[in-house]
Design a protein around this ligand. Structure first.
Ligand code: PEP
Ligand code: MN
Length: 339
């Protein structure tokens, strides 16, 4: 249920309503609006009629049911787009298209520093790089782990770029959060509910990737797992889904952008690198993503893709990334946004 407070409701009115919600066995989540607050009462289906009776309380305008199974992620609870602040000048969900770029994996100090400088010079806003790699094969490179996180922190210090890096289990989540600015949950872990609950308790924005066989509704339910634990800063990332097509690594579902925008207030980012698996297709999918309304992109860039430890075939060389960024600016501007 959503409890819509009156425009002039006092803090005392709100506190009394919050207490009633808790007494009825629900978890209240306050969403501050420009003119009024809205409180989501999240929990089981019990006591719905009792919640409805809150409508007669002082300061309450109306009580309305949330129809979707995802509640906090739903546009029913919050109509305005969520702005997720990463650093002073990086906000995702607004008029500026945010580009995250860097190698698939952190491989060495030289590689990550070179990548960070290159993507920064080309206009990227966030540095990506995996230190914990959830590889399909146990024999593939698994990442530099904490050493990789330290190298990412060094690259941030040098360039000022915030860092997005993957977290693969609840045990190492606090450590990854200590080093990073955005926690990435990969496609393979997008329904690892223990992990989602753990990072829901942390105060770091999360880049949640869509699982390879996940419906849009399941994707939003995974976001709900994080949000229901308290962390509202969730960025959704479409990275391609499995279909019968084999010409590309995955099928990048660009229609997920308008579909998600119709259902949720959370920002939507596209990963054309994993979405296509081939560097030749990355730039066109970047342009199409921005034209379709994506709030940002996450792109793999490597100074020497032929010798990359992972995902070299889909990584752009810095010069190609720079050319892509120059053209992307025109697409952003055509849509009334900036890059
Ligand atoms: C990655 O970003 O390098 C990655 C492993 O992505 P995904 O989880 O989308 O496969
Ligand atoms: Mn990768």
């Amino acid at each position: 249920m959503i409890i819509v407070m009156k425009a002039g409701a006092s803090k005392k009115d709100k506190d009394v309503v919050l207490k009633c919600i808790r007494d009825l066995g629900y978890k209240p989540h306050v969403i501050h609006g420009e003119t009024r607050d809205v409180i989501g009462a999240i929990g089981g289906d019990h006591g719905k009629t009792a919640l409805q009776s809150l409508e007669s309380m002082h300061g309450v305008e109306k009580v309305v049911p949330i129809l979707q199974p995802y509640k906090l992620a739903s546009k029913e609870v919050k109509k305005d787009a969520s702005l997720i602040s990463i650093s002073d000048n990086v906000v995702i969900g607004g008029d500026k298209v945010i580009v995250m770029a860097g190698p698939c994996s952190v491989e060495s100090e030289k590689q990550i520093i070179e990548s960070a400088i290159a993507v920064k010079n080309a206009g990227a806003h966030v540095l990506r790089g995996g230190a914990f790699k959830p590889r399909t094969s146990p024999y593939s490179f698994q990442g530099l782990e904490e050493e990789g996180l330290k190298l990412l922190a060094k690259a941030r210090e040098l360039t000022g770029l915030p860092i997005v890096t993957e977290v693969i289990d609840p045990e190492t989540a606090d450590m990854v959060a200590d080093y990073s600015d955005i926690l990435q949950v990969g496609a393979r872990n997008s329904q690892n509910f223990a992990l989602l609950k753990k990072i829901g308790k942390l105060s770091r924005p999360v880049l949640l990737k869509r699982g390879m066989s996940m419906t849009i509704q399941e994707f939003l339910m995974s976001a709900e797992y994080i949000m229901s634990e308290g962390n509202q800063s969730v960025i959704l990332c479409e990275r391609g889904i499995r279909t019968f097509e084999t010409a590309t690594r995955n099928t990048l579902d660009l229609s997920a952008i308008p579909v998600l925008k119709g259902k949720t207030h959370l920002p939507v980012v596209i990963d054309p690198s994993h979405g296509t698996g081939d560097h030749h297709y990355v730039a066109p999918m970047c342009y199409a993503s921005v034209a379709a309304g994506a709030d940002g992109l996450i792109v793999e860039v490597h100074p020497d893709p032929e010798h990359a430890s992972s995902d070299g075939a889909q990584s752009l060389k810095p010069s190609k990334f720079e050319a892509m960024m120059a053209k992307l600016k025109l697409f952003a501007e055509a849509d009334g946004r900036t890059l």
